[in-house]
Design a protein. Structure first.
Length: 370
């Protein structure tokens, strides 16, 4: 049995503490399966928009409590499932996969397990309906639009908004000026490049700061015929071909002639350049031989010994953790007495720094409704 507890689900705050407990049978099953890192997957679904889980959290099962922040007022259904990675090395992958929404979650809170075989789960699930009132969400400040402009999306809560506001009124204008300068430098290089090629440009787009580079000249979709028609050295404005002798004045032709002239004038030093290139190739070949036949073999032997020792340390740590399994999950087992979702009612060992900070944040950082 898996059970979720919220103190006042009929009229809940926008950020609520949720506590859970499991039966002895579930704990015994996890121990028999040698699950060292079980997680509680929490998903919250808004009753009016069930297309996607609005909240996804992956919390270590032994923490016994967490805080869930809602994004919309109204009634939500919270689903809980116990999951764990196939191997310890997949722990980070599981967290990233589930939380980054790259794994589909169904309306009953279960994952699309067929596509993600690196995750195991129990069949026991719990759900709870929570009603979130609109007045528990924060009012949007007057400069919300300006502050969020530098970040591309809306701030989730007041704390995130305060951090963004500091950046928006201190570093952001300087950074925006730097990016603006870089943009114009890049645009100038873009324009200069096509001017050297002799392309006719749209000058109204050059001096328009909202224009894209493709508005100046869209070379990606231009065919060779279109490029020739837009080239000053090949055709006039009416599209009629020019004399080919005009190509002798093309900047690229002049540049190639200048390079050939310089090489011809300084021909003797080219011998030394060729000698340096040959010596460099010999040195690279010798170093490659030494790396493949000596250093790589020695590194492989050392790596094998290190991996063996690492596996022995992991097995020892697993046995030690299984030996004190019941102690780790103290406060998570349903003992029969009423549970309350309050930090002060948790066992002292479960009142971690993370939970204490989350409790403070829930009081001073109200979320914005989306």
């Amino acid at each position: 049995m898996l059970r979720l507890v919220i103190d006042n689900p009929e009229q809940s705050d926008a950020t609520v503490p949720i506590r859970w407990c499991v039966s002895q049978n579930i704990l015994k099953e996890l121990k028999q399966k040698r699950v060292l890192t079980p997680y509680l997957l929490l998903t919250a679904w808004h009753h009016e928009s069930k297309r996607e889980a609005m909240v996804r959290q992956l919390v270590p099962l032994d923490e016994a409590m967490t805080y869930v922040q809602f994004e919309k007022p109204g009634t939500h259904t919270i689903h809980a499932t116990i999951v764990w990675p196939v191997d310890l090395q997949y722990t980070r992958l599981v967290r990233k996969t589930v939380l980054d929404r790259r794994c589909e979650i169904y309306g009953d809170g279960t994952l699309q397990w067929v596509l993600w075989p690196s995750v195991f789960h129990l069949d026991d699930r719990a759900e709870l309906d929570v009603n979130v009132e609109k007045e528990f969400f924060a009012q949007e400040p007057w400069d919300m639009r300006y502050v969020n402009y530098f970040f591309g999306d809306k701030a989730r809560d007041q704390c995130e908004y305060r951090r963004r506001r500091i950046v928006a009124y201190s570093f952001a204008p300087v950074l925006l000026g730097f990016v603006f300068t870089l943009f114009w430098i890049f645009k100038a290089i873009y324009v200069l490049f096509f001017l050297i090629l002799g392309v006719r440009l749209h000058w109204d787009a050059v001096f328009d700061q909202d224009s894209h580079l493709s508005d100046i000249y869209d070379f990606e979709d231009a065919t060779f015929e279109e490029f020739a028609r837009d080239n000053f050295f090949l055709t006039n404005k009416g599209g009629e071909p020019r004399t080919r002798f005009l190509l002798l004045l093309h900047p690229i032709v002049i540049g190639v002639i200048a390079v050939i002239d310089i090489i011809a004038y300084h021909f003797e030093p080219m011998r030394y350049v060729a000698f340096v290139l040959v010596v460099a190739l010999i040195i690279v070949a010798v170093l490659s031989l030494v790396w493949n036949h000596f250093i790589k073999r020695a590194a492989g032997s050392i790596k094998g010994k290190v991996l063996d020792q690492k596996m022995r340390n992991i097995e020892t740590r697993e046995e030690r953790q299984l030996a004190r399994y019941d102690q780790i999950f103290t406060g998570v087992v349903c003992e029969g007495f009423p549970l309350t979702a309050r930090l002060a009612d948790l066992p002292r060992a479960k009142r971690t720094v993370r939970l204490r900070l989350a409790d403070i944040k829930a009081k001073v950082c109200r979320p914005f409704a989306r």
